[in-house]
Design a protein around this ligand. Sequence first.
Ligand SMILES: Nc1nc2c(ncn2[C@@H]2O[C@H](COP(=O)(O)OP(=O)(O)OP(=O)(O)O)[C@@H](O)[C@H]2O)c(=O)[nH]1
Ligand SMILES: [Mg+2]
Length: 292
Amino acid sequence: MDFEIPSCLTDQPALSEAYLAYQSNRQTLNESGLKVAACGVYNAGKSSLLNTLVDRFDAEAEAFKTGDVRVTTEVSELKFNQLTLVDMPGVDGSSEDDETAWEGILRSDYFLYVHRIRAVEFEQSELDFLKRLKDEVDNIDSRLVLVISQIDDVSSDEDASRNTATIRDTFIKAVGFEPEQTFSVSVTRYVKGMREGKQGLTTRSGIPPLKQWIDVISSPPAQAHWERLRTDRLNSQRDALAAQILALAEQVDSDIHNAMEKRQSRLRALEEDMRGLLQTFKGALARIDSLA
Ligand SMILES: Nc1nc2c(ncn2[C@@H]2O[C@H](COP(=O)(O)OP(=O)(O)OP(=O)(O)O)[C@@H](O)[C@H]2O)c(=O)[nH]1
Ligand SMILES: [Mg+2]
């Protein structure tokens, strides 16, 4: 739906944009069920992970496209039962991709932060992204979980535990809190387990606990919680917009006041000049009279 910009804001591009963003957010949040978004650097396995959550991982039936190169460049959504899954571009993409990812963030309720187990070092762009989450997203500590992905990619349990501990530490330092949940997953094991009916592999994929957690957050008892967080978010966005509009109104008021002051002082100066002129005329007249 297109929203109309109030006429008083039409020549205020930044405010118009903030107003439209608020209206469109409000509409999206009022109309959609719970949104869970996957974020992380490119190739972290975000799209593959979301595909397992809806059990659509066969190449020809993938819910979200996957691949070795940078694949996801736009925010895309998939409705699944009462839930909407949101796939986002890698946070280390172009700054345009990052802004696109950010739009997805602002409209999502929960975030799966996906990080490959082999990537022990975080990239600077990830740290910047996590800091932005921490600074700009309300109640992030109850909305962000860590997903350590591609755990089949390390050969020993020892390496896996060491890498997991380091990744968790860096994550905690970046966001400033311990995630309520950390999931260690392997899409490869899950898909193989499902295709070949190998229950052991499916269990060792770590995907079932993640699915259970999603069932819990999307269950009716949890609904009041995320709906309240949404309302809080919309209210603070509305308050910020109202404060901007108020600041603009005060500026306009002070501009009018200054213009009137200027006009008054010009009028006073004119009046003074006229008086001076009148005195000069009177003096001249008096001199003419005295000559007569
Ligand atoms: N070994 C292994 N490879 C995986 C796993 N999950 C995904 N991959 C592979 O990792 C690559 C990237 O996966 P995607 O799901 O496309 O990654 P993405 O994070 O969505 O990437 P972008 O959309 O480009 O940001 C693909 O080649 C996947 O097959 C896993 O659990 N184990
Ligand atoms: Mg992707």
